[in-house]
Design a protein around this ligand. Structure first.
Ligand SMILES: Nc1nc2c(ncn2[C@@H]2O[C@H](COP(=O)(O)OP(=O)(O)OP(=O)(O)O)[C@@H](O)[C@H]2O)c(=O)[nH]1
Ligand SMILES: [Mg+2]
Length: 466
């Protein structure tokens, strides 16, 4: 891709506030001309005369006066983060100091970098794929070691490599398909129809694994939105407190204690849950409680994981049965039925055919005591099984974390499924069109062919200086 940037940009790349050092980054074709007006090496030489990959000690000037001294690190195109001539000035971590250094750079001809503009230049100059650029944003946002591992593997390009490998394999199959179509009587291809179908099936599995990885990717990066719901007094707030590890929500034996939604982010191993404790669902005339119950329904809609809590110490009501039937039929959500208060439970619950007749997995019925903590480990291991986040998976980098990439890979997967069907039942040119479509979706997933709007959307999530 051609470099389309004419300006030289500058920005502070470290966070605001007092610190040992701060780093100001400059990138663009006039980088060294501009830097040489602001930074004078102690050696007396001009900074432009130094070779690449050097850190040079010197004075930093503002309106002809030395305001600080520090290091200037030099990177020359194309061997820099952005692919352009780049310099990083390390000065003392003082906001006044960094703003004066920036002012000096602007006076010398640099312009202020937009959000994510260094990474955007890296992308446009072919230093990073779009998925790698997205992973840089995820790395900066990472709040856990697991998220850090995952984004690192992606920045290193492991995900892009796999997508490009699959694209290449599909393109190879495609040329065989077209050879068949164009020269049906000649033996021009390396692949028989059976071999094509086998290869496509193998690619289908790899794409399906990537699609499945999105659940794990979300669990590690953004977190899984989880709603704790149930009738009043079933022990929802007690469960929240058990999982959070302290008394976050008020617990009383008065039905209708929780009225507003209480949200807490928690970590269960590598998994992050964004837990919402909600108002108990029941008919009520109380205005405040009614609003709370409306919010409970919104939390259910937004959640991907639902913990439906039932009180096993009292007989089950029709109201509760109806609630369980309603939530457990929600196809796009993971439902776990939490049979609570096992410490004082009516033992008939253990044999309750109704609960086990619900359309959820058998292992998704978990017996627990939010009071004593009994059953907590079972709940955690079941959640672990829904969102696998083993080290091997994270370090492989073959995990989707964003909706954009997921949609593209899912579309590619569906196109490959179509091509397999077409190969069996229709003509080869239909299969060829499907494979072409799959390749186009993969190109989009990896960001080699996306619209300006998508690129803008991605880089607007970055901070200035990155
Ligand atoms: N013995 C026992 N009591 C429990 C257990 N879980 C909750 N409770 C009690 O049940 C009552 C209601 O608990 P909460 O956690 O406030 O219930 P809730 O579902 O949040 O209730 P609302 O906010 O009113 O909808 C309290 O008295 C709790 O101490 C449990 O596992 N065992
Ligand atoms: Mg409550």
């Amino acid at each position: 891709m051609l470099n389309t940037f004419t300006s030289t940009i500058a920005a502070v790349s470290t966070a605001k506030g007092k610190a040992g050092i701060a780093v100001i980054r400059v990138s663009g074709s006039n980088c060294f001309d501009i830097i040489s007006q602001v930074f004078k090496p102690k050696s007396g030489k001009n900074i432009s005369d130094y070779p690449a990959s050097r850190a040079v000690y010197g004075d930093i000037y503002y309106e002809g006066e030395v305001i600080d001294s520090g290091l200037c690190t030099i990177f020359r195109a194309p061997h820099s983060y952005t692919g352009e001539d780049t310099a990083e000035i390390s000065c003392h971590g003082n906001d006044l100091c960094t703003s004066l250094v920036l002012s000096s750079l602007f006076a010398a001809g640099a312009v202020c970098a937009g959000p994510g503009e260094f990474t955007r230049r890296a992308f446009v100059n072919g230093k990073l794929s779009l998925t790698q650029a997205e992973a840089v944003a995820e790395l900066i946002d990472a709040e856990s070691t697991a998220a850090l591992r995952l984004s690192n593997a992606k920045v290193a390009g492991k995900f892009s490599e796999e997508i490009q490998k699959i694209s290449k394999e599909l393109t190879d199959i495609l040329s065989s398909v077209y050879a068949f179509i164009d020269y049906p009587d000649e033996d021009l291809t390396d692949m028989s129809k059976e071999e094509m179908a086998d290869k496509l099936s193998e690619i289908k599995i790899r794409l399906s694994d990537l699609c499945k990885s999105y659940a794990s990717g979300r669990a590690v990066s953004a977190g899984i939105k989880t709603a704790i719901i149930g009738l009043p007094n079933s022990g929802k707030s007690s469960l929240l407190n058990l999982l959070v590890g302290h008394d976050r929500a008020i617990v009383t034996d008065i039905a209708g204690t929780t009225r507003d939604v209480i949200t807490e982010k928690i970590k269960l191993g590598n998994i992050t849950l964004i837990l919402s404790d909600t108002a108990g669902l029941r008919e009520t005339d109380d205005t405040v409680e009614k609003i709370g119950i409306e919010k409970t329904y919104s939390s259910i809609d937004e959640a991907e994981l639902i913990l439906a809590v039932i009180d096993s110490s009292i007989p089950q009501t029709d109201e509760e049965k109806q609630l369980l039937i309603n939530v457990s039929s929600k196809k796009d959500k993971n439902i776990i039925i939490i049979v609570n208060k096992t410490d004082i439970s009516d033992s008939s619950y253990n044999r309750d055919d109704f609960i086990f007749s619900l359309p959820v997995e058998k292992s998704a019925v978990i017996f627990i005591s939010a009071k004593t903590g009994e059953g907590k480990e079972n709940l955690i291991s079941y959640i672990d099984s829904l969102y696998p986040t083993g080290d091997e998976l994270l370090l492989s980098g073959l995990v989707i974390t964003g909706a954009r990439v997921y949609a593209a890979v899912k579309n590619a997967y569906e196109s490959v499924c179509d091509s397999i069907n077409a190969l069996e039942t229709l003509t080869q040119d239909v299969a060829g069109t499907d494979i072409e479509r799959a390749v186009a979706f993969l190109t989009e997933a990896d960001g080699r062919k996306v619209t300006e709007d998508i690129v803008n959307g991605i880089f607007s999530r970055f901070c200035v200086g990155k």
